[in-house]
Write a protein that binds this ligand. Sequence first.
Ligand code: TAP
Length: 478
Amino acid sequence: MGFEYAPAPESRSIVDIKASYGLFIDGEFVDGRGSSFKTINPATEETLAEVAEASDADVDLAVKAARRAFRGWSRMSGKERAKYLFRIARIIQERGRELAVLESIDNGKPIKESRDVDVPVVAAHFFYYAGWADKLEYAGLGPNPQPLGVAGQVIPWNFPLLMLAWKVAPALACGNTVVLKPAETTPLTALLFAEICQQADLPPGVVNIVTGAGGTGQAVVSHPDVDKVAFTGSTAVGKAIARAIAGTDKKATLELGGKAANIVFDDAAIDQAIEGIVGGIFFNQGHVCCAGSRLLVQESVADEVLARLKRRMGTLRVGDPLDKNTDIGAINSAEQLGRIRELSEIGVAEGAERWAPACDLPSSGFWFPPTIFTGVTQAHRIAREEVFGPVLSVLTFRTPAEAVEKANNTPYGLSAGVWTEKGSRILHMASQLRAGVVWANTFNKFDPTSPFGGYKESGYGREGGRQGLAAYLKGADA
Ligand code: TAP
């Protein structure tokens, strides 16, 4: 039994959501030429604002503004560019509560995550890349590194502001200018970031934000005057983008899906591992590309791990994202909820056993309880496809070799986790796992100094760290 908690709602009065938003082009908010769309609060289904949908012509204006701004921005000394990035980082910290509340309202994620993870890591990214701006020639990427030009960046809805930071901070530090398209369901923090750019006196056109749906994203990545494409999202759209830019000289980084194995050996500290399993799959409602969505547990401890995991899941609080006690917030959209339900039903139909703790879900909004499937085999779709929700598939193994074999048996390769007391086993597993990030005795840790990216269908290129600079510099290879 979990404790009863009195509600502890964070006030939303700190946030001023406008009735409608335009596009941010050339340093100003302008009306779009296309139609508009609504963004809603997924926890209540209440409409938050009308947002302009950028047409091809709007995207063209944004790219032209970015091209004009590139002349000055790319010639500015790194030291001067750094001042702007440091200023943006500090404003993000100052307005951190506002950003966190807005992110939770528009995305559905719990305030304790937006407040304690998303926003601090966003600020850290700007601080980190501000530090590189005047040291690019010492990054080991050539003696006189030069920016690429205009970067077209398309981001998903699961970490709206964090994905923006991963894209914008290194691009600007290297002297590029950007046109960024946030996801249709989560545009609001990107638009608040546009205000922060104004507050920081960033030269007009260095950052442009064009809101819209997939068509706007397509217009950004395929615009002939965009030199660099940076995309995070689904593997299907990533492949479509790779096809769209094939034969051009655009440089691209694609950060796509994942189906990470979180591997628990019998010598692991079980209580710690349980926290890592829970954080690995239920953090951010499981809307995490590197989520530990496949638990591989050594057979000799499987019963114990499952029993403790179920007990722990019974204490997770699902509900109001703005309540400071909430562990699991709302699913981001009706569409995503539909996908999670469909794959879960397929799991049952294919013979896996479904379990979720008893929990009362709110009557409006989009919700899915933390769920595990046992009796899962490698052939099950829930073991192979990205559910992108709070759904964990549990498989067992007997030997390290079998764990490696099962962990690598996926078209993806973004991340993995290893839980064991033996350092030598951690090193062995890390060398065998075909994944961009391998966490040992922890999971879902993000740091701007550490590169992040995938193998196989999880995409290519690295974001974060010194390696993240290479994606925004001519001829550089991390
Ligand atoms: P995507 O469709 O890939 O959306 C990602 C971004 O690309 C959004 O801004 C989207 O705009 C835009 N987009 C869509 N079609 C495009 C195109 N043809 N050209 C350029 N940009 C385009 O992801 P989703 O629909 O939000 O989610 C679908 C599945 O993708 C999820 O179930 C999950 O498995 C996976 N996913 C993975 C990640 C990560 S981090 N790996 C993140 C999100 C989703 P709109 O938002 O307006 O459609």
